[in-house]
Design a protein around this ligand. Structure first.
Ligand code: ADP
Ligand code: MG
Length: 254
């Protein structure tokens, strides 16, 4: 029997997405679908349009054209769906500088976390246990009482990451997640992303080739706002007749 396609086979569907900033076309007719369990590296040179694309998927930036669907919901008409199912670490993680890490995370948990109880004590308990969970996953217990403005860049990034996993969203968008981390922290973050990726859709943006190769099961290469390759490493090497991602990157982004 012919298999009928199920609309929810995809976690995310991007259709003909465009974003213009005045006369700059930052994202140019981008379309792709993602599945649950996929870790995707959005790879491209600086200025390729990665952050613009992620900001649109996260609902921070309105597209000039095109549509974004999460399962069968168009986020333009059902924005609450975006907020519930997407965790987002934006570029540079804008955080409240004069808050302590703990206060900041508690504040976002209270805004984001849905509980089905009106019982204040119960709600507090749920928020506290979510705080403990994300602090452990992001490995930031040592800076909990520090003001965000006093943190190193690496810790700021990890606090931003902790914020992105509040409520355990099905789709995680991480814009340059290892930016500012030292080599050990980078390895920790890469292992964490791989582990979290089981059953979720994770899109990381990066201009680092080794990160794309070691973390992702699929690479979407973007250049000047357009997708120039989409597939696993083997397919990308085959289609570009190259033997390394470095060479493929060079061929595709020249
Ligand atoms: P990437 O994240 O891949 O480095 P961006 O999405 O930040 O790329 O930028 C894509 C293009 O859009 C670049 O040419 C950049 O200069 C331009 N751009 C990004 N944000 C803005 C903005 N707010 N106003 C005008 N141009 C912008
Ligand atoms: Mg960027």
């Amino acid at each position: 029997m012919k298999k009928t396609s199920n609309i929810k086979d995809y976690s995310l569907k991007i259709e003909h997405l465009c974003k213009n900033y005045d006369d700059i076309c930052a994202v140019d007719d981008v379309s792709f679908e993602t599945k649950h369990g996929e870790i995707i590296a959005l790879l491209g040179p600086n200025g390729a349009g990665k952050s613009t694309l992620m900001n649109m998927i996260a609902g921070y930036l309105a597209p000039t054209n095109g549509n974004i669907f999460i399962e069968n919901n168009n986020i333009a008409t059902n924005d609450i769906i975006t907020k519930k199912s997407i965790g987002f670490l934006s570029e540079g993680s804008p955080l409240y500088a004069d808050m302590t890490v703990k206060l900041f995370l508690k504040y976002i948990i209270e805004l984001k976390l849905e509980t089905d109880t009106d019982d204040i004590a119960k709600r507090k308990e749920i928020c506290q246990s979510e705080l403990e969970r994300i602090v452990e996953v992001a490995n930031i217990s040592s800076v909990l009482n520090q003001k965000i403005e006093t943190l190193s860049k690496g810790y700021v990034r990890r606090v931003g990451f902790a914020q992105s996993i509040i409520g355990n969203p099905n789709i995680l968008l991480l814009d340059e997640p290892t930016d500012g981390l030292d080599p050990n922290q980078k390895d920790y973050m890469k292992a964490l992303i791989k582990d979290l990726g089981k059953g979720k859709t994770i899109i990381i943006s990066t201009h680092l080739l080794d990160e794309a190769q070691t973390v992702a099961s699929r690479i979407i290469l973007i250049n000047k706002g357009k997708i120039v390759a989409d597939g696993n490493l083997k397919n990308i090497l085959k289609s570009t007749k190259t033997t390394s991602l470095e060479d493929a990157f060079r061929v595709l982004t020249m």
